[in-house]
Design a protein around this ligand. Structure first.
Ligand SMILES: [Fe+2]
Length: 131
């Protein structure tokens, strides 16, 4: 699977740098998806999870910078913080060997698309009409 199999024009928020970061998040997700059945390859799995969760944090703070003037920025930051808390829980479960990889892979895919399409797109559209 590659990014062209996932990315759709309606995922664009109209901000090239943020779109590029969202695409990169899907690429990290593809990496995780391709490794999910290699339960004996725990180092690679841990690396794939950490790569995605570390990059998400960098991306969130970048996005929050562009959306800083939006009146509902605090709600958006809270959604990001909740995701980071969830990712920390996943990492704990991974280390306790209680994490179901397919559940995580499905959760991440749906969360990313729903967040980009419903939340990010609305915020970027509203910030652009302001200036
Ligand atoms: Fe966001």
């Amino acid at each position: 699977m590659d990014i062209d199999a996932i990315w759709k024009p309606e995922y664009s928020v109209g901000h090239p740098e943020i779109d590029h970061q969202h695409k990169y998040l899907f690429e990290l997700w593809i990496m995780l998806d391709s490794l999910k059945n290699q339960q004996d390859n725990r180092r690679s799995l841990e690396q794939a999870l950490l790569s995605l969760f570390d990059y998400v944090e960098v991306h969130f703070s970048n996005e929050e910078k562009y959306l800083a003037a939006h009146p509902e920025i605090e709600q958006h930051k809270q959604i990001h913080a909740d995701f980071i808390a969830q990712s920390n829980t996943f990492m704990e479960e991974f280390r306790n060997q209680t994490l179901d990889l397919q559940t995580v892979v499905d959760f991440l895919f749906h969360w990313l698309i729903e967040h980009i399409v419903k939340t990010d797109r609305r915020y970027f559209a509203e910030i652009q009409t302001k200036d």
